[in-house]
Design a protein around this ligand. Sequence first.
Ligand SMILES: Cc1cc2nc3c(=O)[nH]c(=O)nc-3n(C[C@H](O)[C@H](O)[C@H](O)COP(=O)(O)OP(=O)(O)OC[C@H]3O[C@@H](n4cnc5c(N)ncnc54)[C@H](O)[C@@H]3O)c2cc1C
Length: 337
Amino acid sequence: MIPFEYVRPDSISGAVSLLLEDPEGTSLIAGGTDILSEVKDGLKRPRRLVALDGLAELRSLDVGNGSTRLGAGLTLAELSTNPRLERGYPILTQAARSVATPQVRNVATLGGNLCQRPRCWYYRDRLFPCYKKGGSVCYGATGHNRYLAILGGGPSFMVHPSDMAPALIAVDARLEAFGPNGFRTMPLEDFFDHGQSRPLQEHVLGSGELVTAIFLPSPPPDTRSVYLKARERADHDFALASVAASITLAGGVVAKANVILGGVAPTPYRARLAEAAIVGRPVDKLDLQEAARLAVSEARPLEFNRYKVSLTANLVGQALQSLLTQLKGGTSHADRL
Ligand SMILES: Cc1cc2nc3c(=O)[nH]c(=O)nc-3n(C[C@H](O)[C@H](O)[C@H](O)COP(=O)(O)OP(=O)(O)OC[C@H]3O[C@@H](n4cnc5c(N)ncnc54)[C@H](O)[C@@H]3O)c2cc1C
């Protein structure tokens, strides 16, 4: 272990000032479930860790009243057990519960989940100077690529590991960041960066910026959503593939559909062709198999991950079927908030 300074600011402005003092040598730490592994494994050598756990601004959870605010410092355990969140946005509690183990969820935060680094073996081994460590090679492209990207890969074929990200994008979440120029917000979908311009991170935060909150619009009437995840180990594991799907009906016709894939691309992947096949169709005339096929029709699998194509298509089909079943009965999420 290398020596580093550990600082606990008492405001988000204090955190930003600390980041700006030494941007190269400073890292944020929230729950520490990812960053500490990176430090221990020699992937990161920070001179200073800035702890976010004392910041009350990041810890609030306000559900309802037109919009919901989730502080970036909320733990995944808090998200997965909040009854109002479960009623209004069950897709989020489903995704939060699918992450890791209860022990990890008790400390892992929402902000950390969205900003966590890749789990690719080559990235996690300090002996491989891969693209995501600032090198010029993605060893996974021709190496052990069983768990890597089938969609949108290159130059890195990492997959984005977050379960919360696809689920939040499926409910049209916006991300709030705070930095030297104050607050800014963006659709969460725009937060993730493919890594072409900034290979050392998977998001668009600038120097001195941190994630402060996620905002959720109220779900429109007649909306249903679901999160499904395929993994190797049933009790806790990262996604081999996941699907976050949401459908809104108007007069029996699909007015809006979000189909977001996780674990299959370097960023959460919007399956636009599947969405287009659903939107505008009467709900009783949907061709789910065709939508599932289209969701992966642009896949370019690597040598050892071809299985992910059919796995993902099946998951999309199951998710859409589940939404149709939900739409046939029960109250909408909006009415339960
Ligand atoms: C055994 C195990 C199993 C796991 N399984 C899953 C899984 O199935 N699904 C899944 O999604 N994840 C999984 N994870 C990853 C886990 O969810 C993340 O490690 C966790 O969410 C990170 O949150 P944290 O608060 O601990 O972040 P930290 O480790 O403190 O930080 C992670 C990164 O985010 C940055 N960061 C933290 N907070 C902010 C902020 N507010 N603004 C900007 N940057 C920030 C840090 O600088 C660091 O780079 C697993 C982890 C472990 C150890």
